[in-house]
Design a protein around this ligand. Structure first.
Ligand code: FPP
Ligand code: FPP
Ligand code: MG
Ligand code: MG
Length: 363
């Protein structure tokens, strides 16, 4: 823990770059339809959101700029047009001209695209989950209506697609379009899991990958591609694996907080997953310890008293919550291992620290 403190602060490192973020994203989603504009802009205020994703992408951009494509990319040496120049001075890798370059601008744009996709999915998610609060305020469908919320989400997605095309990188368009597909797949999986699947840790993790980790995982690979690294390069793969494990650690922690945090701190409803009929890591571990929970999980806590019974078992269990924490930690460690395959840089070390923040966050 003390060692973590000595690593660079991830949020401070990108503070300046993210400064114009809210204003420029609001400009990007402007339309001449006032209601649509208002609904679409709603979540892009500065006070809103932790901005984990744009922070990760900014740091990843810096970290991949510090990688020498030739030495890491194997056979892909013709593929990195546009990669920034790298200097090795006394063993320390420094990047030249990354900030202000075309590559940098496109990566920053990717950060905005990802946040727009994320917000679109949250607006739709709150309709599906009938959740009334988000980011400490009213959900878009409460402020306006379900119809406006559906359209505002669609609109953001449309804007994100236009911006994605403007990156003029077909591989990145393809990867990010696949990420969208995964988000929907994750939601439908959650909606339609069979009783058996509801009990399986494997299904829970697969669903979590689709609905949460995929977006950041594909965005990390895209950041490497925009940075001039080839599709199959060691760098691009390390980035993607980092995103995969970081995303899973993030979702598992989110599911733990659903039980342990207060709604006013989270800025969204808590104890919500069981009400939606969903069993996440803590309950799945509790059901392994107390088999009488298994039928409750399978019937999505539909009968009266089911939620209470499950909750009591979870709090009685001495191991369930701990096992869930250990699972989050396992994926955080894997994320760290992936990062360590990139050469040392300030940005990489800030990402190491961010990984720790994700599993220790309280909101
Ligand atoms: C709320 O995000 C949304 C979720 C908990 C599910 C979706 C999560 C992701 C797509 C996470 C991607 C992965 C990483 C590693 C950050 P949030 O709690 O970030 O909400 P906020 O944007 O309102 O802070
Ligand atoms: C939050 O999960 C929701 C998601 C991570 C994804 C939602 C995806 C869709 C609704 C598919 C549509 C996609 C697009 C791009 C419009 P959660 O409900 O577990 O988290 P919460 O506690 O933050 O609500
Ligand atoms: Mg939800
Ligand atoms: Mg949901």
């Amino acid at each position: 823990d003390e060692k973590i403190e000595t690593l660079p602060d991830p949020f401070k490192m990108v503070e300046k770059e993210l400064e114009p973020f809210s204003d420029s994203i609001k400009e990007l989603v402007s339309t001449d339809q006032p209601i649509l504009s208002m609904a679409a802009k709603h979540f892009f205020e500065k006070r809103h959101g932790k901005r984990f994703r744009p922070t990760i992408i900014q740091l990843m951009s810096k970290a991949v700029a510090a990688c020498e494509p030739e030495s890491m990319g194997g056979d892909d040496r013709w593929d990195h047009a546009g990669a920034s120049k790298v200097d090795v001075e006394g063993g320390v890798v420094t990047t030249k001209n990354h900030k202000g370059s075309d590559v940098w601008r496109k990566q920053a744009q990717l950060g905005q695209i990802v946040e727009m996709i994320h917000v679109a999915s949250l607006i739709h998610d709150d309709v599906l989950d009938e959740a009334d609060t988000r980011r400490g305020g009213e959900a878009v469908h409460k402020l306006y209506s379900n119809k406006v919320a559906v359209l505002a989400g669609d609109y953001l997605l449309a804007r994100a697609s236009v911006l994605l095309a403007r990156l003029e990188n077909t591989a990145v368009v393809q990867i990010m379009a696949t990420a969208l597909e995964s988000l929907v797949a994750g939601e439908i999986m959650q909606l339609k899991s069979s009783p058996e699947e509801l009990l399986q840790m494997q299904s829970y993790l697969r669903k979590s990958y689709y609905k949460t980790a995929s977006l950041i995982c594909y965005a990390c690979r895209s950041t490497a591609l925009l940075g001039g690294h080839a599709y199959g390069s060691t760098v691009a793969t390390a980035c993607e694996e980092f995103g995969f494990h970081m995303g899973l650690a993030f979702q598992i922690q989110d599911d733990i907080l659903d039980f342990t945090a207060a709604a006013d701190i989270m800025g969204k409803p808590t104890l919500a997953d069981m009400s939606l009929g969903l069993s996440t890591a803590p309950i799945l571990y509790a059901a392994q310890e107390f088999p009488h929970l298994q039928p409750l999980v399978k019937r999505r806590f539909k009968e009266k008293g089911d939620k209470q019974t499950a909750l009591e078992a979870l709090y009685r269990s001495k191991t369930a919550m701990d096992k869930a924490r250990r699972l989050a930690k396992f994926h955080a460690q894997k994320a760290v291992d992936s990062l360590l395959r990139l050469p040392q840089s300030e940005a990489r070390d800030a990402l190491l620290r961010l990984t720790y923040v994700v599993i220790t966050r309280k909101k």
